[in-house]
Design a protein around this ligand. Structure first.
Ligand SMILES: NC(=O)c1ccc[n+]([C@@H]2O[C@H](COP(=O)([O-])OP(=O)(O)OC[C@H]3O[C@@H](n4cnc5c(N)ncnc54)[C@H](O)[C@@H]3O)[C@@H](O)[C@H]2O)c1
Length: 154
């Protein structure tokens, strides 16, 4: 299985949980030091890969590396996510919009695109997108986050 944003927070917790159930876990993140430390801690059943989820070529390389170590991927967890600084749309910076959408919405799209053939080779599996209640009910002052989470739910 492959979990994005696995170097800390909920992604690290997912990785520990799945590993404790015996899963072979690929931890993917832009934060190399903490990601590698967690993989070392989990031992032989874990592998850390540097992956920026918003970059298509990173995904292709990550899937290849994951498969060569553990075989086809049967579970993909699109967990990596970022928040923009709190601001009204009128006061917001378009660069923040682009960054949040690139990580939170384009990231899961690229992940499914890159990993789907591997899941097929595994004979099927599961894709889990970590969304947010913000995607259901909205949250003021974080429009790009709300939009990204609504976008990856259905
Ligand atoms: N914590 C909450 O209360 C909460 C609530 C609802 C949804 N979520 C969602 O759960 C997920 C995890 O949240 P968290 O609180 O653990 O966040 P976090 O900030 O603790 O961890 C996010 C991880 O994603 C990584 N990341 C950021 N940009 C990346 C990129 N471009 N490529 C790869 N990795 C990248 C970070 O390095 C970090 O390790 C997010 O998608 C978040 O939106 C969290």
């Amino acid at each position: 299985m492959l979990i994005t944003g696995a170097a800390g927070g909920q992604g690290a917790s997912h990785a520990r949980g799945f590993a404790s159930e015996g899963a072979k876990v690929v931890l993917a993140d832009v934060r190399e030091e903490s990601g590698r430390a967690l993989a070392d801690d989990l031992g032989e059943q874990a592998l850390f890969i540097t992956l920026d989820v918003s970059v298509a070529s990173d995904w292709d390389a990550a899937v290849k590396q994951a498969e060569s170590r553990f075989g086809p991927i049967s579970i993909l967890v699109n967990n990596a996510g970022v928040l923009a600084p709190s601001a009204s749309i009128a006061d917001s910076d378009p660069a923040d919009w682009d960054h949040v959408i690139a990580v939170n919405l384009k990231g899961p799209y690229l992940g499914v695109r890159a990993a789907a053939p591997s899941l097929k080779r595994a004979g099927g599996g599961a894709i889990i997108n970590i969304a947010s209640t913000s995607g259901h009910v909205g949250t003021p002052m974080i429009a790009p986050y709300v939009s990204s989470k609504w976008g990856c739910e259905d």
